[in-house]
Design a protein around this ligand. Structure first.
Ligand code: AMP
Length: 309
């Protein structure tokens, strides 16, 4: 059992009504890997520049994340994102995106990354997601996230990438935008016609809704007194969700994960809890020091609140 993720590895400059940070460690693959690392072995794939310090590698290593496929490009600069949130923390306002080393990246995966059972194509240019999907032939469960930028600028590649995965995890507004369908239930069915059999609509502080061929399940966001920075909440949700599935799902004879509605619902709870820790502090500050017993305690609270077994 192990999980490979490709996605942005970034420096983020973020302002929220509760403070700001310059060039903190971020990126979809980083937030995802930290969350998933509580439940399974994680390999991260992606490039960084000379500006990516040993302390950033070390933070990932401390959580047991395999960084062998993080390639340092000499003379290059790490992906950079600048954004802010107003009081509606569900809406990120992008001010600047610099792909930098991702512009030229050609992934060459190690045997360990290729051999993973579960593959997460976190938010990045969809052609790059497809290249990594092609190299991970053994992956029995493939999942994908994306964003409005790629729906607007690379729709065809993104549709082809979605065709190659089993699970789509996307913001609800982006699911509507991608399918040009305002009704979320119809939009989820339209996605299933492209290939994925599990569709998760992320809904910010309102939680997440999951559509499968046989069921529907939704969980609210965990109610918190202090939310400081929502950046990476979606990726932490995906990391909790897929990390838990990789660690806990029974395997069928052909190696596929047995994904019934019961385990998918438990995975939703794990995603919800990891996302809730992520938003309590800026960037990776909270999740990088998180302990397993804190996760278990909050899972128990969530169960108590929602009467969800
Ligand atoms: P989210 O979970 O949606 O809040 O994702 C937050 C992360 O997405 C940040 O850490 C950013 O570095 C990263 N990000 C922002 N824009 C992009 C983009 N165009 N492609 C890939 N990653 C991005």
């Amino acid at each position: 059992m192990s999980l490979t993720v490709v996605g942005s590895i970034a420096f983020d400059s973020v302002r929220t009504p509760f403070g700001e940070r310059e060039r903190m460690l971020g990126g979809s693959a980083v937030h995802f890997a930290l969350a998933a690392s509580f439940f399974t072995d994680v390999h991260v794939v992606g490039p960084v520049g000379d500006d990516f310090g040993e302390e950033h590698f070390e933070l990932l290593r401390t959580r047991g994340v395999d960084v062998a496929d993080i390639e340092r490009v000499a003379g290059g600069e790490t992906f950079f994102w600048r954004g802010h949130y107003d009081y509606d923390l569900n809406v990120a306002h992008t001010e600047d995106t610099q792909l930098n080393v991702f512009g030229e990246f050609e992934p060459k995966l190690s045997d360990a990354s290729r051999a993973a059972d579960v593959l997460f194509l976190a938010n990045i240019q969809p052609d790059l997601q497809r290249e990594v999907r092609g190299q991970c032939e053994n992956a029995r469960l493939g999942a994908l996230d994306s964003m409005n930028l790629w729906i607007e600028t690379a729709r065809e590649s993104l549709t082809a990438a979605i065709h190659e995965v089993d699970c789509l995890i996307l913001n609800d507004a982006e699911i509507r935008m991608l399918t040009e369908q305002p009704n979320l239930a119809r939009a989820a069915r339209a996605i299933m016609e492209l290939g994925p059999r599990v569709v998760i609509a992320k809904q910010g502080e309102y939680g997440a809704a999951m559509f499968t061929p046989t069921g529907f399940f939704a969980l609210p966001g965990f109610p918190l007194d202090d939310v400081r920075d929502p950046t990476g909440a979606g990726d932490s949700f995906a990391g909790g969700f897929l990390g838990y599935l990789d660690g806990a799902a029974e395997r069928l004879e052909d190696g596929h994960l047995l994904l019934d509605d019961a385990i998918l619902r438990r995975a939703m709870a794990h995603g919800t809890v990891l996302a809730s820790f992520n938003v309590e502090a800026f960037g990776t500050e909270r999740v990088s020091t998180l302990k397993r017993d804190e996760i278990d305690a909050r899972l128990g609270e969530l169960r108590g609140m929602t009467h969800f077994a």
